[in-house]
Design a protein around this ligand. Structure first.
Ligand SMILES: [Zn+2]
Length: 302
């Protein structure tokens, strides 16, 4: 199964772009290697009250763009997919101005307890201040004027990651779990590969017709793309197992071999991805290590 990424995307910063009836996208001007052209905020609703999905980072220009798009209509809910600094921080200010309630699975947390002496390299990207007004559990439903949003707990990228299904439309907002332009970052201890793979299966079972991600353009063929993402991770997993079979023991050794054609500046991110696979392989019982798996552990095939 081949996995094809779609990197065609025109952000049109500050301007609401209608994606489907009752769905508008406003992209933040925060482009980077991790955010692509920027974070996508979505505005739901066409008659009556509105909701926002992922208000984005603290950014005055984007706040003004959202408020202009909302106009004088009431905003009732601000849905937050996960607590990364490019998605959730603007929720507080937008809620204060509009009176909307913030909705999310819960505050930021790692996917597992930290090992003794383990530091978390992902702390800088987390919005640990965010606390939702309303906790939205898996399969929960919130209704507004002409829209209803169902929570799909999709941990893996972060432990509290939610996708949001727009009931009755076949459209799901996949945030950072599934994006058309790139694979997502799955990095312990905030992320977990075991969870991520299960969350891919969860979306495969839904048979949506369109996914609207947190960065870049839509996923037009979700089934094919989701299966491609799964196959891609399985291929990486096989590569990690092969390196262990040839005698590599540590994450830097494996990264050097598997990512030899990759820009060395990306080797830090690559190490976290290999770490995520090793943690999952240990959980599967196929690889062993002493104690909790960490970035510095030595690994052996079982
Ligand atoms: Zn994220």
């Amino acid at each position: 199964m081949t996995l094809e990424f779609d990197t065609h995307f025109e952000p049109r910063y500050g301007e609401p772009v209608e994606i489907a009836p009752g769905i508008r996208r406003v992209t933040v001007r925060n482009p980077s290697p991790f955010t692509f052209h920027g974070t996508n905020s979505y505005i739901l609703g066409s008659e009556g009250s509105l909701a926002v999905i992922d208000p984005g980072p603290e950014d005055q220009e984007h706040l003004e763009a959202l408020l202009a798009a909302i106009g004088d209509r009431p905003l009732t809910h601000i849905f937050v997919s996960h607590t990364h600094r490019d998605h959730s921080p603007l929720a507080a200010k937008l809620a204060e101005i509009t009176g909307a309630k913030t909705v999310a699975e819960g505050p930021h947390r790692p996917a597992r307890p930290l090992a003794i002496g383990e530091t978390n390299p992902l702390d800088v990207s987390a919005d640990t201040a965010f606390q939702p007004d309303i906790k939205f559990a898996d399969n929960g439903l919130i209704k507004g004027d002409g829209w209803a949003v169902r929570a799909i707990h999709t941990p893996g990228h972060t432990a509290n990651h939610l996708a949001f299904a727009l009931e009755g439309t076949g459209i799901t907002f996949s945030a950072d779990h599934v994006m058309a332009w790139s694979t997502t970052i799955v990095a312990p201890p905030d992320g977990a590969m075991t969870d991520y793979m299960a969350s891919l299966d969860k979306l495969i079972a839904r048979e949506d017709r369109l996914l609207l991600p947190g960065h870049g353009g839509p996923v037009l063929k979700p089934q094919q793309f989701l299966r491609g993402l799964k196959a891609h991770r399985k291929m990486r997993e096989r590569a990690v197992v092969e390196r262990l079979a040839t005698g590599d023991r540590t994450i830097p050794e494996i990264v050097k071999a598997i990512y030899r054609d990759t820009d060395p500046r990306l080797h830090g991110a690559a190490a976290l991805s290999v770490f995520a696979h090793l943690e999952d392989l240990v959980a599967q019982g196929r690889v062993r290590t002493e104690g909790t798996p960490t970035l510095d552990s030595a690994y052996l095939l079982s």
